[in-house]
Design a protein around this ligand. Structure first.
Ligand code: GAR
Length: 214
C-alpha cells in the first residue's frame, strides 16, 4: 500500500480525477492529504468534499524557497508519503527537495514537453502556430519541466481557439493521463535509465493519448 500526497495551488481538477481513480479502481494506495500552498485554493474545498484530509503550507509564511520546502518536507515526512503528485502546483521546488523525493515526485505540465516549459503554455502554443498541443506527466528533476516522461496526451489546435478554449481541451485529457501515470508509479512499474522512463508491462501506445485530427 502506497501513501500519496497531492500538492495543488488552484482549482484542483487534476487532484479530483486522481482521487476518484484511486478509489474507483481500488489502487493499492491511500491519498494521505491534499496540500495547498495557498489557503484560498478552490481545490481544498473539492478535496474536503471527496473526504480527503487537507492541509495548507502557505508559501507566503516563508521568507524563501528553502524554508518553504523544509516546511513541506516536514509535513510529507510526518504523513509518511511514498509518492508526491504535483497537480497544478505552481511553485518551483528547490534542488534539495527534488533530490530528496527523486523518483517519487511526479508533475503534470500543460504542454507536449520539451516544448513550452514554464508558464502561459497555451498562449505560447497559439503564438507559435503549432497544430498540436497537449500535456505531459513526468518525473520531476531539478531542471524545470524537464524530467523523464511517463505519458503524454495530444490535442489539435482548432481554428478560432484562444488560450482558454485550448486550455479546456488540454485539461480534459490531463484528467485521463495523470491517473494512469500515477497508477504506474503506485504499481512500481517505472524504471529510469539515461533520463528516459520505461514503464514495465505497459505497451508504448498506452503512454500516448491522441484526441482528434485525421
Ligand atoms: C493544469 O492545467 C496543470 O497542467 C497546470 O495547472 C493546471 C491546474 O489545473 N500545471 C502547471 O502549469 C504546472 N506548471 P487543476 O488545478 O484544475 O488541476
Amino acid at each position: 500500500m502506497k501513501t500519496v500526497a497531492i500538492l495543488i495551488s488552484g482549482q484542483g481538477s487534476n487532484m479530483a480525477s486522481l482521487v476518484r481513480a484511486c478509489r474507483d479502481e481500488h489502487w493499492p494506495a491511500r491519498i494521505a492529504a491534499v496540500i495547498a500552498n495557498r489557503a484560498e485554493a478552490a481545490g481544498l474545498e473539492v478535496a474536503r468534499g471527496l473526504g480527503v484530509p487537507v492541509e495548507v503550507v502557505a508559501h507566503t509564511a516563508h521568507a524563501g524557497r528553502e524554508s518553504f520546502d523544509a516546511a513541506l518536507t516536514e509535513r510529507l515526512d510526518a504523513l509518511g508519503v511514498d509518492l508526491v503528485v504535483l497537480a497544478g502546483f505552481m511553485r518551483i521546488l528547490t534542488e534539495g527537495f527534488v533530490s530528496r523525493f527523486a523518483g517519487r515526485l511526479v508533475n503534470i505540465h500543460p504542454s507536449l514537453l520539451p516544448a513550452f516549459p514554464g508558464l502561459d503554455t497555451h498562449a505560447r502554443a497559439l503564438a507559435a502556430g503549432v497544430r498540436m498541443h497537449g500535456a505531459t506527466v513526468h518525473l520531476v528533476t531539478p531542471a524545470l519541466d524537464h524530467g523523464p516522461i511517463l505519458a503524454q496526451a495530444a490535442v489539435p489546435v482548432l481554428d478560432g481557439d484562444d488560450a482558454s478554449t485550448l486550455a479546456a481541451r488540454v485539461l480534459a485529457v490531463e484528467h485521463r493521463i495523470l491517473p494512469k501515470a500515477v497508477r504506474w508509479l503506485v504499481e512500481d512499474r517505472v524504471r529510469v535509465s539515461e533520463g528516459r522512463a520505461e514503464v514495465v508491462g505497459v505497451p508504448a501506445d498506452e503512454r500516448l493519448l491522441w484526441e482528434g485530427g485525421r
